[in-house]
Design a protein around this ligand. Structure first.
Ligand SMILES: [Zn+2]
Length: 233
């Protein structure tokens, strides 16, 4: 599958579907299909039940535009008309698209300030429980596990990876503002993702494949740590 951007492409194209195709080198249908398949997989694994979660991919860097799941859809049964293209402020670029998720501002923030080409958000059992248990410490620390090497920039199991835990909130704009300040300051707890307490995990990657690898690694490690807390080892 060729993802390279065609340097000869015409940036004046106005049809949103064609814009997506030109910016990514993929037909938008193919990108949606990848996200649909991710939804099916994450739903099957219990990470995206009951219309929870949202997934996005950057389709244009300048101006910033993301393809993101619309609000309130069952992620196990996504269809191509359940996506929306949003601008850098999280607003729909086409009024005919579905309403974007309330958490869209977190996706646009990560695309602007964390170098994310794709952002994946899950509501797993272990993400919910561990973030609830660790909300007062403000971070989840992970070290000593081989699976850490699946995270970008981590080369040894001896690394200590820290994932920020922030309070859950319905005021996503305020959360985005607070995270923006932390990202700008190079907060080491925000290198790989963050947890919202009692809610779930956000992680990202340079592209969809990397974001997917990161969520698999972090979900695996959270299950390991959660299980380890409950059994004597
Ligand atoms: Zn959520």
């Amino acid at each position: 599958m060729n993802r390279a951007v065609d340097p000869t492409s015409d940036s004046t194209v106005t049809a949103p579907a064609d814009t997506v195709a030109r910016m990514t080198g993929l037909p938008s249908a193919a990108l949606k299909q990848e996200l649909i398949e991710i939804g099916r997989d994450f739903h099957r694994r219990g990470w995206s039940l009951g219309t929870s979660s949202n997934y996005s991919a950057v389709v244009s860097k300048d101006p910033l535009q993301l393809l993101i799941t619309g609000s309130g859809f069952d992620k196990g049964r996504l269809t191509p008309d359940q996506f929306v293209v949003v601008d850098g402020q999280g607003a729909r670029t086409e009024p005919t698209h579905p309403k974007p998720s309330a958490e869209t501002l977190l996706h646009t923030l990560l695309a602007r300030k964390a170098g994310a080409g794709a952002v994946l958000h899950t509501h797993s059992v272990w993400g919910t429980l561990l973030s609830e248990a660790l909300q007062h410490s403000g971070r989840l620390r992970i070290s000593g596990y081989e699976m850490l090497k699946g995270l970008s920039g981590v080369t040894t199991h001896e690394a200590c990876v820290s994932i920020a835990v922030v309070p859950n909130t319905q005021d996503i704009a305020a959360l985005a503002e607070s995270l923006e300040g932390r990202l700008a300051a190079g907060d080491p707890d925000l290198r790989h993702g963050f947890l919202m307490a009692g809610h779930g995990l956000y992680t990202w990657g340079a592209d969809l494949a990397e974001a997917r690898r990161h969520i698999e690694v972090l979900e695996f490690l959270m299950e390991v740590l959660g299980t380890r807390r409950s059994i004597p080892v």
